[in-house]
Design a protein around this ligand. Sequence first.
Ligand code: CTP
Length: 402
Amino acid sequence: MSDFAGKRILIGLGGGIAAYKVCEIISALAKSGAQVRAILTEAAQEFVTPLTVTTLCRHPAYTDQSFWQPLYPRPLHIELGEWAEVMLLAPLTADLLAKLAHGSADDLLTNTILASTCPVLLAPAMNIAMWQQQSVQRNWQQVQTDPRYHSVGPGSGLLACDTVGLGRMAEPGQILPHLASLLHTAGKKDLAGKQILISAGSTQEYLDPVRYIGNPATGKMGLALAQAAHQRGATAQLVHGPVHWEAPLGVQAVPVVSAEQMRRSLLEYFPAADWIIMAAAVADVRPVHRASQKLPKQSLPTELPLEPVPDILAELSCLKRPDQRLIGFAAQTGDILVPAQRKLVEKKLDVIAANPVDQPGSGFGSDRNQAILLDHQGRQVHIKPCSKLQMAHALFDFIQEL
Ligand code: CTP
């Protein structure tokens, strides 16, 4: 089942060019089985039409005109406010932000926000000078103090006004997982104050500048863990091997290539971390020799001398303080339970997630996963096939109960 199937999601579109990207978000949500309703402010209708949004939602879009029509048995803003499980305000304009900061309500969207209690995700987008205005920043700080409001972005880049800098709306790929997390936690920031260090992806052990020993891990499980940690209020650090995705906004990402680089980064961040989660598929061996120039085909060895790579998790386990939690992953084929139980004990872990990598639709490269979560006290929880984000939340719930 998708993260969104059957969920009731209300989108408030503000008047900014990024409204076109919100259409993409609405389309993705509707396709994944969510019930989507949308309210367009008057300015939003200058950028996208109610017809576009209606078609994508598979439901009539709401505007201020709907607010004043006597078509609904109860006031529309109350109906919509009570209906929504989560709300997204995107693009959040300076004007909309000011209204939120001051509890002002002069149209359907702002009245609906005040008439609801669900978590609200804010995705600001504006010109860099507008974003940096003291008044805008004051309003932004003000809404951050309200536990109802959660934020994603803005990011940096080329803006539609041809300036480069902070002000771009977060991409749909950043916003959608955040919405999914809010649905899972109902907006609770239960990991606030925690520092969570996560490793992700594969490592590459080079024989020469163009050839390496690696594995098919794509880092999606570690990415989901970083998203979930950040969205639940933790400070997340992500040490990752070569990957094809961008780290979530708000997460400190440290790219590495080899197991030795990953080891050094993890050792550096380890003392400050409360929870350390090794989701990376670290190499077990590397070539004994690394040539600095590309080896010609004729010079390639017919046998490759290899040496073991230090086990990072085992090393961290020797350094672990009683207040820290150390979590490993066991990527297994065949029997997943017995080898994972052995790794849990041998590496002195608090928790291990045993996940099959030989099942269709889970493991390396997949968007989905399944696992048996084990802790050092003998607790076992089976997580059925689900998205990697759902798996990340299930793992955090499991660790919280330690
Ligand atoms: N791990 C590590 N350093 C390594 C190898 C593995 O820190 N050099 C970590 C992984 O990140 C994972 C856990 O150890 O959290 C288990 O990894 P896995 O590959 O399943 O098992 P191994 O310990 O390498 O044992 P085996 O390959 O024999 O299954």
